[in-house]
Design a binder for this molecule. Structure first.
Ligand code: PMP
Length: 405
């Protein structure tokens, strides 16, 4: 049973009013709200256990370390990683991708090599690869998308060859909602010997991810898109690849032994966790995952599908609304433009009705260029949203349309 009232009550922020109207939070692709259990876990760390990890011999440090490492174990289990050594805490998806581009890319991508990404990537899975290619003289290739906002698989496959060193692909597009067939993409990339990174920033809160089944080399995500704190995320990598990679940053915790002549690096995962980590964030991330597990992806998937279908039907019958992204496989994102109303004006007007949506390029400018729009309005749904809130959104859109008529 999906008890929507109980779920909404878990999120204290949802009870508030904006300009005298109940908050309708539909900007979940930007960041999700946090349940009380996550807020409590972060508070508990600061109130009761605050100490640095892996260093102190005192009780607080031992408790902080135990909770930090317990979170890593929860995350490893959630994604079915092969071991906790494969789970590296980062500041988020962006840092995780930069880590891979810099450390793995720097060691493995050479002049003449090719790096393949897709046209629907977030800037954080474009720019680090562009920077790498510029630095080493490699070529960045972009797999095209169709009018529905789906990856054209044959065209993607046609880009693969013996020069392809790396493939980077988003699991679920934040700008379109498209879910990519990542298992198929990984298999095709592996067939030419390429290493694959999947950007799971959007997907991880909405669908079950089994990294062993997918056979991904790297999977990255951010806690704040999955009901956890900001400023923390993970890179989950294949142990043999991580072992062979040089460190990303140097500093405390990532070393075993330092002299001025030479430094011996720490074992995984600590080799890639230089400096004091976001301990409270990691603990909150673990709690957020337990929260998701408590509901389960069967219920989450069913509920979110219903909500998207409801919103999509409304969008289809709404005069002057053009949906951007109509993939057969998509989740939780309704991206659109409304004739005669700039998305930014739309965002501002619906905000006055208490409705929070995103307007802009969603850090995916090439997607905007493909659909020949400067920006879109985006409503993105989560487990705590309701059909009544979708109705409120469309009533607010109607108001906006009337103002600009
Ligand atoms: N990739 C995708 C698909 C995203 O949606 C986002 C966040 N909008 C990112 C990467 C970057 O995540 P973060 O800002 O948490 O590093």
């Amino acid at each position: 049973m999906f008890d929507i009232e109980a779920i909404r009550n878990d999120f204290p922020i949802l009870g508030q009013q904006i300009y005298g109207k109940p908050l309708v939070y539909l900007d979940n692709a930007a960041t999700t709200q946090k349940p009380q259990c996550v807020i409590d876990a972060v508070n508990h760390y600061y109130a009761c256990d605050n100490a640095n990890v892996h260093r102190g011999v005192h009780a607080l440090s031992e408790r902080a370390t135990a909770d930090y490492e317990a979170a890593r174990k929860i995350i490893a289990g959630f994604f079915n990683a092969r071991s906790e050594r494969e789970v590296i805490f980062t500041r988020g998806t962006t840092e995780a991708i930069n880590l891979v581009a810099s450390a793995w890319g720097g060691a493995n991508v050479r002049a003449g090599d090719e790096v393949v990404i897709t046209h629907m990537e977030h800037h954080s899975n474009i720019v680090p690869w562009q920077m790498l290619c510029e630095r080493v003289g490699a070529t960045l290739k972009v797999a095209p998308i169709n009018e529905q906002g789906e990856l054209i698989i044959d065209a993607f496959e046609a880009l693969l060859n013996e020069h392809t060193k790396f493939v980077g692909v988003v699991h679920m597009s934040n700008a379109l909602g498209t879910i990519n067939p990542v298992a198929e993409i990984i298999a095709k990339a592996h067939a030419v010997g390429a290493t694959v990174l999947v950007d799971g920033a959007q997907a991880a809160a909405h669908l079950a991810v089994d990294l062993q089944a997918l056979d991904a080399d790297f999977y990255v995500t951010s806690a704040h898109k999955m009901y956890g704190p900001t400023g923390v995320g993970v890179l989950i990598g294949r142990e043999s690849i991580l072992d062979a990679m040089p460190p990303y940053q140097g500093g405390g915790d990532m070393i075993r032994m330092v002299t001025f002549e030479k430094t011996e690096y720490n074992e995984l995962p600590y080799k890639f966790e230089a400096g004091t980590p976001h301990i409270a964030g990691a603990i909150g991330f673990g709690k957020a995952i337990e929260y998701i597990q408590g509901i389960g992806f069967d219920l989450i998937g069913k509920r979110e599908k219903e909500l998207l279908a409801y919103a999509t039907a409304k969008a289809e019958s709404f005069d002057g609304l053009r949906q951007i992204g109509t993939a057969g496989e998509k989740a939780c994102v309704l991206s659109f433009v409304l004739a005669g109303v700039h998305p930014h004006d739309l965002g501002t007007i619906v905000d006055r009705e208490g409705v929070a949506i995103r307007a802009g390029h969603h850090c995916a400018m090439p997607v905007m260029q493909f659909f020949k729009v400067p920006a879109t309005a985006r409503a993105s749904f989560s487990i705590y949203n309701t059909k009544a809130e979708v109705d409120t959104l469309f009533a607010a859109l109607q108001k906006a349309q009337a103002i600009f008529a």
